[in-house]
Write a protein that binds this ligand. Structure first.
Ligand SMILES: Cc1ncc(COP(=O)(O)O)c(C=O)c1O
Length: 483
């Protein structure tokens, strides 16, 4: 970095970038921008030079090109009418932290390479565990447990699987691999990342545990039966992945019963609370985690519903030894006195990659800037907005409410054909983004409310748009005329 030539243009460009961002957020809030681009595949690539620049270019030109060429081709996840998948909500505090983190440029793979980065992460994950009402044995201060910031819920599941394999095999797995012996249990409602983690860890595919009749929740007795059958076949049950807030319908697995079975059987229990876990900030939603005391690990995506930009998954374990023993590899070039003395946390042993940025600053900024009260208010607002949408859906002839939990509203029309038609029509409307899916073999539409810019007016506008598509096979006149 040349302080003479690079730093002052950077200072100016950062001011300009912030102006662009604030204007962008205002345009999203006023719905002056569509949620999704109406661009054919390849349009953005065609607008970019095929060759890299030989000479350096000024930052302000690169910044302007971002807005002219890239931003128009983006799906705007922060748009108030972005109701697809689950949200990834952001905030100015989070953006500021990302800038400062990048500027400090720390690589915090071990305590020795970033002492304050590591200790801040220990403190903020302990803060968040307390704020969510999680058991004390997940805290670093407990001695056996602790939290770590991963990039994604997918990584958290994979790390849990690896720790479970280590524990179930009494360490044998490290030298011998999986040998086709170990089993992972999940339902078909678990996120796709669970099946992927099983594959990546060498466990292969296994039959899903059935759900309780008429629900999307794991059937504990069926789980018990599967574990017993696998033991009879000589397999080793290693891990159950339960979900608090499934992706499709936000169903909550019965943790207490599952946890009891895991304890009796000595099987690792990982709880994937990627979306719904944030709601436990509010005491009235803490029932979601009933039974979590028996979990060996638990993870929530702060980047979904906690005003923290992606990536920021927070994972806790009650058994950090299994995790670090499974993961640690210590060549000479990573040895240092602090590690050898055993008094510090080296986060390289809590994750798959070796290197990592300073991850904790973002969560620290967000928790301080919003306070728990601000984060709770945001969740309560979205839950109220979802209740409003659910009420509008339930009161409309020809519409059927399929599921409504927290910020998620799942609905269908009278027939699968009608639902599909409306889903296709909505997919061509850039003013709203929903997700088409299937529940119990029937077509549905999912609306997940959680944009930081969501207002009651947006909910009414979105509902008007959906109804317009259902009535005419196209956007409602007022909604279409608005853009
Ligand atoms: C329940 C659940 N688990 C895991 C994931 C995957 O999250 P990530 O993209 O952070 O891996 C999702 C994504 O929506 C989810 O809903």
């Amino acid at each position: 970095m040349s302080l003479g030539n690079e730093v002052e243009p950077f200072r100016a460009a950062v001011h300009e970038a912030v102006d662009h961002l604030v204007d962008h957020w205002r345009a999203l809030a006023d719905e002056r921008l569509p949620v999704e681009p109406l661009r054919a595949p390849g349009a953005t690539a065609a607008a970019l030079p095929a060759e890299p620049p030989e000479q350096g270019e000024p930052l302000d030109r690169i910044l302007q090109d971002t807005w002219d060429t890239v931003v128009p081709g983006l799906v705007h996840w922060q748009h108030p009418a972005f109701l697809a998948y689950y949200p990834t909500s952001n905030s100015p505090a989070s953006v500021l932290a990302e800038l400062v983190t990048a500027g400090l440029g720390v690589q915090g793979m071990m305590w020795a390479t970033g002492p304050a980065a590591t200790e801040l992460e220990q403190v903020v994950t302990d803060w968040l565990a307390q704020a969510l009402g999680l058991p004390g044995h997940f805290l670093h201060t407990s001695g056996n447990g602790g939290g770590v910031i991963q990039d994604s819920a997918s990584s958290a599941v994979l790390v849990a699987v690896v720790a479970a394999l280590h524990r179930a095999s009494h360490g044998r797995w490290r030298g011998h691999g999986t040998e086709g012996r170990y089993r992972l249990y999940r339902t078909d409602e678990a996120n796709s990342c669970v099946a992927k983690a099983a594959r990546v860890a060498g466990l292969g595919e296994s039959a899903a545990v059935p759900t309780l009749p008429g629900t999307a929740r794991m059937d504990p007795e069926a789980l018990r039966g599967r574990i017993a059958a696998d033991r009879r076949d000589g397999a080793v049950p290693a891990i159950v992945v339960a979900t608090v807030g499934t992706t499709n319908t936000c169903a909550v697995d019965p943790l207490a019963e599952i946890g009891r079975i895991c304890r009796e059987e000595g099987v690792w229990l990982h709880v994937d609370a990627a979306y719904a876990g944030s709601a436990a900030l509010c005491p009235e939603h803490r029932w979601l985690n009933d039974g979590v005391e028996a979990a060996d690990s638990y993870a929530v995506n702060a980047h979904k519903w906690m005003r923290t930009g992606t990536p920021c998954n927070v994972m806790w374990t009650a058994d950090r030894r299994s995790l670090t023993e499974a993961m640690s590899v210590s060549p000479a070039y990573l040895r240092n006195d602090a590690t050898d003395a055993g008094h510090v946390v080296d986060y390289r042993d809590w994750q798959i990659p070796l290197g990592r940025p300073m991850r904790a600053l973002k969560l620290w900024y967000v928790m301080r800037a919003h306070g728990l009260t601000g984060l709770r208010d945001a969740i309560r607002h979205d839950v109220r907005m979802a209740a409003l949408l659910a009420e509008l859906v339930a009161g409309e002839a020809g519409f059927h409410l399929v599921a409504h939990q927290l910020g998620l509203v799942v609905f269908r029309l009278d027939t699968d054909l009608r639902t599909r038609e409306v889903a296709e029509s909505l997919a061509g409307d850039p003013a709203v983004a929903l997700t088409a899916s299937a529940v119990d073999g029937r077509q549905v539409l999912r609306a997940a409310l959680g944009s930081p810019l969501l207002t009651e007016a947006t909910v009414h506008r979105v509902w008007h748009t959906i109804r317009g598509h259902a009535r005419s096979g196209g956007p409602a006149p007022a909604a279409a005329g608005a853009r």
